[in-house]
Ligand binder design. Structure first.
Ligand SMILES: [Zn+2]
Length: 94
């Protein structure tokens, strides 16, 4: 039941694996539960492929606007910015 003045409680995802689960199975279960949490808290349209044409990564727009474009902005975003800069320089110098 909502308490006035407090943010609404969100259900907790409990993820249990078997007693003999391998570390890979444990990791897969935790990762899957995390993805379910992202889908529940945000929406599926915030999960998208990285905008870099040379990257196969995915990104999640977790900001208010949810417009993140690159999986790793410092890498993929800078790579595209550098390519655009080189293209502009080539167009200017002939
Ligand atoms: Zn990327």
């Amino acid at each position: 039941m909502p308490v006035p003045g407090r943010p609404p409680r969100r259900p907790t995802v409990v993820c249990r694996t078997g007693p003999h689960a391998s570390p890979a199975d444990e990791l897969a279960a935790v990762t899957g539960a995390g993805l379910l949490g992202v889908l529940r808290a945000l929406s599926h349209d915030r999960i998208r492929p990285c905008a870099s044409p040379t990257c196969d990564g995915m990104c999640v727009g977790t900001g208010k606007a949810g417009r993140r474009r690159y999986c790793t902005p410092a890498l993929c975003g800078n790579r595209l910015d550098a390519a655009a800069h080189r293209a502009r320089q080539g167009a200017v110098s002939g």
